[in-house]
Design a binder for this molecule. Structure first.
Ligand code: GLN
Length: 290
């Protein structure tokens, strides 16, 4: 485990310790703040001190990060979202898979991937079946009610895919049209919010929405920009229009209140960013525009 991550884990353990002994301070990293907290606590009863000692004894050796399965970092994803996660023969590969792999490595854990429906990812995190949800997942205020998010690691957009000869040239032309989306994604949420449920056809996979467009079943598809670029390479006669629908950021979803995991993932992400490893992973899957 690297020093930075170890200190994040320790900081989280300290926060838990302070919370356990009734301290209200959340600052755990700066030594002066701790000293001050010690001073103000000097008058607290002996009994409480004993309790604090006990919990310290319990926490100290277990600076290890708690995970759903011991020694593993369980990631849930939906591997239908190239280049972030997709099937390559029997393997699941992609940007998120490599980022999660690098995070697991830094935390001294073995990465385990579970491929599930996109709209099951948050429920699996909420019910504690997985440690992280990494799925090109956009941070939204609604999702934040149910899960915590790591720092963001990618910027994204929702784009509009149409047939090459479509009369749809921009967002303003979507009024009165039928849009294909992937169920439960931000494309689904925002388009149905803006135009109503009747304007939306939902598909389990992004590629299915794109095929429906090619077959003339919908007028446009609203979906994340990077997968869109991949899909239109595979299906003829389609294009992405210049104006994008939204700007978004991707982050890793973590069970609400699991501060230790959020801090450990953020420390690992920061290290990947500063080492240039994150850029390296992205460059492997996303070529600069020709
Ligand atoms: N970014 C979109 C969302 O978070 C789509 C993600 C996906 O389909 N994997 O809703």
């Amino acid at each position: 485990m690297s020093k930075k991550i170890l200190s994040a884990v320790l900081a989280a353990a300290m926060t838990a310790m302070l919370a356990a002994c009734g301290g209200s301070s959340t600052a755990t990293t700066a030594a002066p703040a701790e000293t001050k907290a010690e001073e103000t606590k000097a008058e607290e009863t002996k009994a409480e001190e004993t309790k604090a000692e006990e919990s310290k004894a319990e926490e100290a050796p277990a600076a290890e990060l708690e995970t759903v399965q011991k020694g593993k970092l369980v990631m849930v994803t939906n591997a239908e979202f190239p280049p972030y996660e997709f099937h390559d023969q029997n393997a699941i590969v992609g940007i998120d898979v490599e980022i999660a792999g690098a995070i697991a490595e830094q935390l001294g854990l073995e990465l385990e991937i579970e491929d599930i429906a996109f709209d099951s990812i948050i429920p699996e995190i909420v019910s504690g079946k997985a440690d992280i949800g990494a799925a090109g997942m956009t941070v939204t205020e609604d999702r934040k009610q149910n899960v915590d998010f790591s720092d963001t690691y990618a910027h994204a957009t929702q784009v509009i895919i149409v047939k090459e000869d479509s009369e749809i040239k921009g967002v303003a032309d979507l009024e009165g049209k039928i849009m294909g989306v992937q169920q439960g994604t931000t494309g689904d949420i925002y388009v149905s919010g803006d135009y109503g449920d009747a304007a939306v056809e939902r598909y389990a996979k992004g590629m299915e929405a794109v095929q429906a467009l090619a077959q003339g079943k919908v007028d446009a598809v609203v979906i994340d920009g990077e997968p869109a670029k991949q899909y239109i390479k595979e299906v003829e006669g389609l294009k992405i229009i210049d104006e994008s629908y939204t700007d978004e950021d991707y982050a890793i979803a973590i069970k609400k209140g699991n501060t230790a995991m959020v801090e450990a993932v953020n420390a690992a992400l920061a290290e990947l960013k500063s080492e240039g490893k994150l850029d390296e992973i992205v460059a492997k899957y996303i070529q600069a525009e020709e």
